[in-house]
Design a protein around this ligand. Structure first.
Ligand code: NAD
Length: 272
């Protein structure tokens, strides 16, 4: 296999975590429109923490149907990114079925509020285990195939919270800064094999996560977005499709020189 990156995405294979709804789903559909075959992984069941709705088996099934309507195959796996055996089985099944994995979008994540001295250990552990350790558990199963084929892109969905401090979100920010650290370190390890690694850093996104946090806080989704973000542009949040467009670009050969860096989608927030 040559080390050259394909010129377009058609025929490639993407593993997307947290794909049942929100940004993961939008990225799956955007990649499917480019002809990328999809392996969609989601916990697809309620979690005690953070206490707002997660994706569901029905949403995973509807993603499969929509991908197929676009003419691409989609595998789906009800798996928790914290569960190494389930992650391992999903990656193995994807390689058996599709023969390759070119793109990993480490997107599964949770969010929740709490002052540092009020957070429970359960909240801390869930946040770090899902948002940070989960990304590593998936990546370590996908990386060997990318190294072998001298081709691949890993996109870690961090946040603007991975680039600044955020009150009542210290455990979330710690997990997202951690993802930036993983990104830079993996980029160093994998560059010799033509595998790129990028951290995506969006401002507030209009997804079920934002709705869920609003529900927990007794606010409207717009109030939640405005409180935690404060975008420079006149938009309270960005849309999952904005993130999906960035994922398509970063996965493509047009982004072939981008690795080890943060790709910021902040509507100007960090300029302040
Ligand atoms: N919504 C925002 O404002 C925002 C902003 C910046 C970054 N992010 C990050 O983007 C990513 C996606 O967020 P979203 O807004 O689409 O959230 P969302 O809650 O709408 O969707 C997240 C998906 O991840 C899945 N998931 C959660 N825990 C999982 C686990 N343990 N294993 C497998 N799947 C799991 C959920 O079931 C859900 O389908 C997250 O990492 C989030 O932290 C979100």
């Amino acid at each position: 296999m040559s080390g050259a990156a394909p010129q377009d995405l058609a025929g490639q294979v993407a593993v997307i975590t947290g794909a049942a709804h929100g940004q993961g789903r939008a990225a799956a559909l955007a990649l499917a429109r480019e002809g990328v075959r999809i392996a969609a992984l989601d916990v697809a069941r309620p979690l005690a923490y953070p206490g707002y709705p997660m994706g569901s088996p029905g949403e995973l099934e509807s993603l499969r149907r929509e991908c197929r309507a676009l003419g691409v195959d989609c595998l789906s796996f009800a798996a928790d990114v914290r569960d190494d055996a389930a992650v391992s089985a999903a990656v193995k099944a994807t390689l058996e079925q599709f023969g390759r994995i070119d793109i990993l979008f480490n997107n599964a994540g949770i969010c929740g509020y709490g002052l540092a001295h009020e957070l429970t250990e359960d909240a801390w552990d869930a946040m770090l285990d899902i948002n940070l350790k989960g990304a590593w558990l998936v990546a370590r199963r996908v990386i060997p195939g990318m190294i072998e084929r001298r081709h691949g892109v890993i996109i870690n969905n961090s946040s603007v919270a991975g680039l600044r401090g955020m009150g009542r979100l210290s455990h979330y920010a710690a997990s997202k800064w951690g993802l930036v650290g993983l990104t830079k370190s993996w980029a160093i390890e994998l560059a010799p094999y033509n595998v790129r690694v990028v951290a995506l850093c969006p401002t507030g996104v209009n997804t079920p996560m934002n709705d869920g946090l609003a529900m927990l806080e007794g606010l409207t989704p717009q109030q939640i977005a405005e409180r935690s973000a404060g975008n420079l542009l006149p938009m309270p949040w960005i849309e999952p499709e904005d993130v999906a467009a960035a994922v398509v670009f970063l996965a493509s050969s047009k982004a072939r020189s981008i690795t080890g860096s943060e790709f910021v989608l902040d509507a100007g927030l960090l300029t302040r």
